[in-house]
Design a protein around this ligand. Sequence first.
Ligand SMILES: [Zn+2]
Length: 248
Amino acid sequence: MEEKVCSKCQGTGWVLVKEKEHTVARRCDCFKTGRAQALLEGANIPPRYRECTLENFEIHNDSHKVAMKLSKKWVHDFPVLKWGILFLGPCGVGKTHLAVAIIHELIRGKNVPCYFYDFRTLIRDIQQTYGAETAKTEAELLNPIFQSQVLVLDELGAKRTSDWVEETVFYIINNRYNNKKLTIFTSNYIDRGEEEEDKKFDHFRKEEPSLVDRIGIRLRSRLFEMCKVVSLEGEDYRRKVKQAGYRL
Ligand SMILES: [Zn+2]
């Protein structure tokens, strides 16, 4: 591969600048760009989402507008944030686009180490670490997931929950929560809210599985403690930003 050497610093990452009678070393511009490039390459963003930015996010309705505004504010306020984001909504409304756009902005603008993982891939990869011919150990796999400043966990619940999956995912998410690391989730499953826990409603529930059905009550509660819930939907604008106290 051809490697371009910076003409300002000849690839050293440092430039000498005259200040009065002294000559001092300063970081070259290419150093910051190079750092962002390295972080971007290490962020595990799938090729189909690599071009997703806030600028090219298409706004088709009010819920898009609200989600966009919140995403921009989140990027702006980082790292002074207490909440992650849970983007909820059906397929194709731009949840993953926004989640990836946020980490793009953080990497390029603030050199923040971020990491992307698809939920189904994560479960599969964890399962594979138990196999005989595995390349990665569980620790190697989970390290960037625990360590990254911002993690995007895409398509939460998209793989059927078993006790084992629930336990592992709770462990990962709880670990990040305890270490005050921010996580952005996306999920296609609807959240029916508090009444979900009231078994009286079981008879009246529709067939369509909800978030709780997919990830369990314990994880759902933890998510709501960790995140602002942003719904991307077509018709119902009432639950766009569900939790109180987050002013746009
Ligand atoms: Zn340079």
